[in-house]
Design a protein around this ligand. Structure first.
Ligand code: G6P
Length: 610
């Protein structure tokens, strides 16, 4: 989704902005631009397409400037083209603004400005904001005041950065609902919507909270709230190594992230297992264990892949903690007036920690007095900061739009939470010790699965031209079927559906013929025999069957077209293994179709608009 970068200091900002925008490419975007200011001139250069297209436009121009902002746009209002790209600017072309989020009342503001003689070039909501600020500048306010006055008229969400030729010593940034972070340097400062774009310059960062405005100079910054009251901001040290956000020799971030799973899974549980007691310890939940364990209900709110992790969490928690669990799409949860009581725990799962719907549902649950627990990957993200308590998954930066290693790490953390609160419930010491043993084996078992990469690639070869796919699983593997189908459709654009295997006969079975590939997740668990019957039903209708089965299962080879064998583990942990071949299958099909797997069309890594 849209990305923001900015620089103020003595260096030439052009390269810094371009480099920062490249680091944000993974979020998904359709146009890019920069606005720069120096003593003699100011200019905006923008284009539809990629940052590399923008770079080509800059070749040979030798722009130098110590002040600039940049943006990658993911279209909301108006198609992706040069005019709609950011930065937006006023008529005099000396005030530049980049914006993430949506100005909801833009149409009424626009009408008012048009009456005053303002003309609009783009179809965006953002252009309203730049003209609104311009209007206050023309009333002789300084830039900081003009921005504040303008924002007071705005309804909606924003992360903005503004620069002005007549006040070239500062960048003004403000946040409401869209993340922004300041990177503090020595006699230079950086801004970005995502720390990944900053860490090659500095590890000292300041996270903006909603309704905060920062005036950033090269050697200091002043933080205020929207009512102009000065506030003190804490400087945090971020701990991300630069090689964590490079491809490390892999063709794509997605492949690198799939391959990193032995390590990321290990990192998610490192130091958190208590083998003797057969349970876990989670520093972030300290002091909240009893309240969670004695909740009347646990609600889980999330989107996309994180929602699938939530479904697995529901099975885990109900099986071992015996607490009723409901899993909701955050987008539904926030608007349907859910019944939430103060004795409920609501778990928010979000890789980025910034997904607008998940964040809004967190705020809703907080208002109603529930205990809010965040499971996030990005340290310092909004959901992590606003939750009452939480657990980081420690999967490391995930750049590929299609989530892979974050999913398996979310499952590890859900398993740890389940063990933590189930000891006094349905989880005996011996059961807990068994689970811990199986968890410890996960990294090795994942390594084994990853060694089948070539075999999976050969299977992918046969299905590159398929138009549809069906994914079926039961019990713990039902959410895996949903996740396998999501991975395929996200990056290969093949229509794919995930279903509980038994539900197939209530509809999807009508689709099955010799052209329909059906992926079964058929591991040896409590519902294995039932899944085998479902496989027979598909076979009888000549569907092509790819099965994810256990190593010791010799029978399945006789009835399926392809069997991918994975090690057996505890039922609860099976999804952590069974999803991996599905990630690889989706990846190889998409690559063979010649598609951009890291930045699939229309998708964004972090969806910060509704
Ligand atoms: C987007 C991404 C998905 C992700 C979902 C939720 O749709 O493309 O990969 O699962 O957002 O993101 P979150 O950061 O909240 O887990």
């Amino acid at each position: 989704m849209c990305g923001i970068v900015g620089y103020i200091g003595a260096k030439n900002c052009v390269h810094i902005l371009i480099d920062g925008l490249k680091k944000l490419e993974y979020r998904g975007y359709d146009s890019a631009g920069i606005g720069i200011i120096n003593d003699n001139y100011c200019d905006v250069i923008k284009t539809k397409g990629k940052v590399s297209d923008l770079e080509k436009m800059l070749t040979g121009k030798n722009f130098t400037a110590g002040l600039g902002i940049g943006h990658t746009r993911w279209a909301t209002h108006g198609e992706p083209n040069m005019v709609n790209a950011h930065p937006h600017l006023n008529k005099e072309r000396n005030l530049f603004l980049v914006h993430n989020g949506i100005i909801e009342n833009y149409s009424s503001l626009k009408k008012g400005l048009q009456k005053e003689g303002y003309n609009f070039l783009s179809e965006t909501d953002t252009e309203v904001l730049v003209n609104l600020i311009d209007r206050y500048l023309k009333k002789k306010h300084n830039l900081g005041t003009a921005v504040r006055y303008a924002l007071n008229e705005v309804e909606g969400t924003y992360g903005i950065a503004v620069i002005y030729k007549n006040e070239p010593d500062k960048i003004i940034v403000a946040r409401k609902g869209s993340p922004l972070v300041l990177g503090v340097g020595v006699n230079e400062n950086f801004i970005a919507s995502d720390v990944n774009a900053l860490i090659s310059h500095t590890s000292q960062v300041v996270y903006l909270e909603d309704n905060e405005i920062l005036e950033i100079y090269s050697d200091h910054f002043v933080a205020k709230n929207i009512s102009d009251k000065e506030i003190i901001k804490e400087i945090h040290e971020v701990d991300i190594a630069i090689d964590e956000i490079s491809k490390g020799g892999y063709a794509h971030f997605m492949l690198k992230e799939i391959m990193e799973q032995p390590e990321s899974i290990y990192n998610s549980m490192r130091g958190r297992l208590l083998p003797e007691e057969g349970t876990s310890k989670l520093g972030g939940l300290q002091g909240f264990e009893d309240r969670i364990a004695h909740s009347d209900r646990i609600l889980i709110s999330a989107c996309g892949t994180s929602w699938h992790a939530g479904l697995v969490g529901e099975y885990m928690l109900e099986q071992y903690a015996g607490i009723p669990v409901e899993v909701e799409y955050a987008s539904e949860f926030r608007y349907r007036h859910p019944v939430i009581n103060s004795n409920d725990t609501v778990i928010f799962i979000s890789q980025s920690g910034e997904t607008a719907d998940t964040l809004a549902s967190l705020r809703e649950a907080k208002k109603k007095g529930a205990l809010c627990l965040g499971i996030c990957n990005v340290v310092g993200s909004s959901i992590a900061r606003e939750s009452d308590t939480g657990v980081y998954i420690h999967a490391g930066p995930e750049i590929g739009v299609a989530s892979t290693k974050a999913f398996t790490s979310q499952l590890v953390v859900l398993a740890l939470i389940t063990m933590l609160i189930s000891r006094e419930k349905r989880l005996s010491v011996t059961d807990g010790q068994y689970l811990i043993n199986e968890m410890k084996k996960l990294p090795r078992n994942v390594e084994k699965i990853l060694k089948m990469n070539d075999t999976i690639e050969k299977i992918a070869d046969k299905y590159v031209n398929a138009k549809n796919f069906l994914y079926l699983g039961r019990g713990y593997n039902f959410p895996v079927a949903l996740e396998g189908a999501l991975k395929l459709k996200e990056i290969s654009y093949i229509h794919a559906e995930g279903y509980p295997a038994a539900e197939m006969k209530h509809g999807p079975i009508a689709l099955i013929d010799e052209n329909m590939p059906v992926v079964f997740i058929a591991t040896k668990d409590s519902v294995y025999d039932k899944v085998m019957s479902n496989i027979e039903e598909v076979r009888a209708r000549k569907g092509k069957i790819i099965a994810i089965a256990n190593e010791a299962d010799d029978q399945i080879d006789k009835i399926v077209d392809h069997a991918i064998k994975i090690p057996q583990t505890a039922d609860m942990l099976t999804p952590i293994l069974s999803v991996i071949p599905l990630q690889l299958l989706a990846y190889h099909i998409a690559v063979k179709k010649g598609l951009n797997v890291d930045q699939p069309r229309n998708l964004a890594k972090s969806v910060t608009v509704e």
